[in-house]
Structure formats: structure tokens, C-alpha cells
Ligand binder design. Sequence first.
Ligand code: ATP
Ligand code: PRP
Length: 218
Amino acid sequence: MGSAVEGITIALSKGRIFEETLPLLASAGITPLENPETSRRLIIPTNREDTRVVVVRATDAPTYVQYGAADIGVAGKDVLIEHGGDGLYQPINLGIARCRMMVAVPAGFDYERAVRQGARLRVATKYLKIAREHFAAKGVHVDLIKLYGSMELAPLAGLADAIVDLVSTGNTLKANDLVAVEHIADISARLIVNQAALKLKRDRIVPILDALSKKEAP
Ligand code: ATP
Ligand code: PRP
């Protein structure tokens, strides 16, 4: 299906995934010839004539790979859990874009008490599936409110009691007087591979996997 039937197409999102994947691709002998931060082009050639990078939204990377529009890609575990992983082989934890999925609340809010009392919590998040499973496993009743970004604003604006979001340095929480109260999962980016492409283009994909698995996170 789709794209480079002859060559290899790699789906990457701009920003941290692209930047942190660059040295890994270099170890596989692949160097993109343009920087998506400065170029408006969405298809970027590489030093290898048979290999190109397509620039996608982080949340769209699994979709491109699932449908074979890209042969391989890089996506955060958060994105993969929400996507469901259909049609994807996930062979390598690249150990990049590391962060934690957390529950956070305003500094003055007694989360433990609210949970103990069986309060129904309004939780704002981009990660509905992760949040639903987390609170269901704890037996906490929640009304989930879907947002697409700036989750930290929701409790401050009175939209929600709590958020489920990614935390790395903790600076964003701190700047908004929020505190993390529960750790849901450790997150890092994974290499994803289209299952059909792996069979059909084995000779070209396996050397890339081999080079990247030498860099695999412990
Ligand atoms: P989209 O553009 O589709 O809305 P996004 O804004 O989450 O997605 P990025 O900010 O580029 O996209 O994040 C890409 C991935 O990096 C996320 O899926 C997550 O796995 C990881 N990530 C997100 N925030 C951080 C962070 N602060 N530190 C480290 N890794 C992060
Ligand atoms: C993510 C996440 C938090 C922030 C956490 O947002 O949704 O808002 O990073 O990182 P911190 O704990 O280091 O503050 P986003 O993808 O917008 O991150 P960015 O601000 O680095 O772009």
C-alpha cells in the first residue's frame, strides 16, 4: 500500500522525537537532508536515495505506519497506548523522549481524601484510554474531559479537579501551582514497524533495526 513501495519511509514528528531520533538514525547510516523546524516540506530526503522521512503529528505516527504509508516510525508509549497498536510491530524501546504519565492536582487539593471519600472527580486529559484504565483499576469514579493540550490550565480555570498528563522536569506543574499525586507509567519512545513492510522489505528494514537495537534502552 501507499508510499515508497520501492524505498523506506520513516514517520517522525517535529521537535523532541525528530531531534532525539537523529543520532539513532545516524548510527544506522541515515541522515535527513533538511530540518523540519526550518523547512516547510513534509517529505524530507535523506543521504540514502531509497530512504525518506515524512513529518507527521506525534499522535499520527502510528496511523501512518499502521496503514503502510510509512514503513517505520517513532512514537511515544503514551501515543501507542492510546492508538492501540493495531498492525504495528514494536521491537525497540529507543529510550528517548523519557517522561512520566502522572495524575496532578492543585497544590491545596487533598486528592487522597477525595479518593477515600469516593468523590466523583473531574479529570481533564488528552489521554482518555490511559486515564480510564488507571482510575477503573483503582475503583475511582471519574468524569473524563478530553483536551488537546495545556492540560495544566484545566484545574486553574475550574474545568477539572485533576489532570492526567506527562511530566518530565516538573517545571510546568510547578509554574502552575500543581503537584503530582500519582505515577501512572514511565514513558519513552518506541520504534514502530509496519508488519507487512517488515516481511516485504526485510533486507532493508532489518539492518536499520539491528543498528537501532544496539542503542536500545535497558
Ligand atoms: P501532538 O503534536 O500530536 O499534539 P505532542 O505535542 O504530545 O503531540 P510532542 O510534544 O512532540 O508531541 O511529544 C512527543 C512525545 O514525546 C510524546 O508522545 C511523549 O511520549 C514525549 N513527551 C511529551 N512531553 C515530554 C516531555 N516534557 N519530556 C520528554 N518527553 C515528552
Ligand atoms: C509536555 C506535557 C507537559 C510538559 C511537561 O508538554 O504535556 O505540559 O511537557 O514537561 P515538564 O515536566 O518538563 O515541564 P509539551 O509537549 O508542550 O512540552 P514542551 O513544553 O516541552 O513542548
